[in-house]
Design a protein around this ligand. Structure first.
Ligand code: NCD
Length: 301
């Protein structure tokens, strides 16, 4: 595997081995942070053309915990804001001879373009509305910390499905392992074609139907930055698609509530739910580091 561009291209065995390795890197909060020498002498460039808190910092922490050097470049602080083209930025970075590049870009397919240009591993940290593979991997790691297997689980993914790379990558991964995925959102944000993207995927506009008997509820942010028009009245969104405590009783008693972050309290979920016992949102963040360590180790060695 020369890099990681999407979940769609990965086999079950490849996914399983990343998730197993990530378990070795999970750390308990009570113990001092463990550092490794596995990528000593390697340099990783984090190239972020879109804003990010969790993904960028966790890639940086993951690289450093493995003993690698990590440099982060954000579009606003780089020559991209001075009008440099993507190819020129890439050639400049390539000349600095990094061992791998982690890239986030607003255009779907941007990391694939980069991978065709540079002969080093490229890791997709989110490309437009296409994929966000490490998010799906850390989500799977989080679910598997609480469940024996993904097979047969009912996973409701609720919110702005149309613009979500998180939904796509999760759908591909969960479907490969035999989970049942129910996508739910307002009709304008739930394209009918999604039912054909992967096996075991169904669609509903009704949040109650989506949550009924769910093992996992994954909430998504409304991605206003990707919408060119107003797809629904903002004031009504929370009453139809916002997750509240009263919904939780429709799901399995041990349901996991997830969210890739950043969360908007009172918009896609209530504060009570975000802070409830059922929420594993911060576990997802923690697993982000472990999973990205497993990915970097595999791609760069
Ligand atoms: C997501 C993203 O950027 O795709 N966030 C993340 O990586 N944790 C989802 C989002 O921005 O809503």
């Amino acid at each position: 595997m020369a890099g990681l561009l999407g979940i769609e291209d990965l086999s079950r065995d490849e996914i399983r081995s990343i998730l197993d390795r990530a378990r070795d890197f999970q750390q308990t909060p009570s113990q001092p942070v463990r550092k490794y020498e596995l990528l000593r002498g390697k340099m990783i460039v984090n190239l972020f053309f879109e804003s990010s808190t969790r993904t960028r910092t966790s890639f940086e922490i993951a690289a450093k915990r493995l003993g690698a050097d990590a440099v982060s470049i954000t579009a606003s602080g780089s020559s991209v804001s001075k009008g440099e083209s993507l190819v020129d930025t890439l050639n400049t970075l390539g000349a600095m001879r990094p061992n791998g590049i982690v890239m986030r870009h607003a255009a779907s397919g941007a990391p694939h373009f980069l991978a065709r240009h540079l002969a080093i591993p490229i890791i997709n940290a989110g490309d437009g509305t296409h994929e966000h593979p490490t998010q799906a991997l850390l989500d799977a790691r989080t679910i598997l910390d609480h469940r024996e297997s993904l097979e047969g689980l009912r996973v409701a993914i609720i919110g702005d499905i149309a613009h979500s790379r998180v939904a796509r990558s999760n759908m591909y991964l969960l479907s490969k392992f035999g989970a049942q995925v129910v996508l739910c959102g307002p009709p304008t944000l739930l394209p009918a074609e999604f039912a054909q993207l992967a096996r075991g995927v169904t669609l509903t506009w009704d949040m109650h139907e989506a949550i009924e008997g769910a093992d996992v509820i994954m909430m998504l942010r409304v991605q206003l930055e990707r919408q060119n028009e107003t797809p629904f009245p903002a004031s009504e969104y929370f009453s139809f698609y916002g997750l509240r405590l009263e919904h939780i009783s429709l799901a399995k008693p041990d349901v996991l509530v997830m969210h890739p972050g950043p969360i908007n309290r009172g918009r896609e979920l209530s504060s009570e739910v975000a802070d409830s016992q059922r929420s594993v949102i911060l576990n997802q963040v923690e697993n982000g580091v472990a999973v990205r360590m497993a990915v970097l180790e595999r791609m760069l060695n």
